[in-house]
Design a protein around this ligand. Structure first.
Ligand SMILES: [Zn+2]
Length: 59
């Protein structure tokens, strides 16, 4: 069992991090992580939430 360390490198592939994309090494790995979010690990209520006609009482 290995736990990813904050300073160990890209949290996705382990390559050296890039300042622009940390904690990832590249935009590709950042996208991989983003896809994990959208795959159901987290719910992001930021999609079309500006619609005043949306009724928030459905949750
Ligand atoms: Zn990476």
């Amino acid at each position: 069992m290995k736990e990813p360390k904050k300073t160990g490198g890209c949290v996705i592939c382990g390559n050296p991090k890039d300042e622009r994309y940390k904690p990832f090494c590249s935009k590709r790995c950042a996208d991989v992580d983003l896809n994990r979010w959208f795959s159901g690990a987290y719910a992001i209520p930021a999609v079309e939430s500006d619609d005043p006609k949306s009724d928030e009482s459905q949750s």
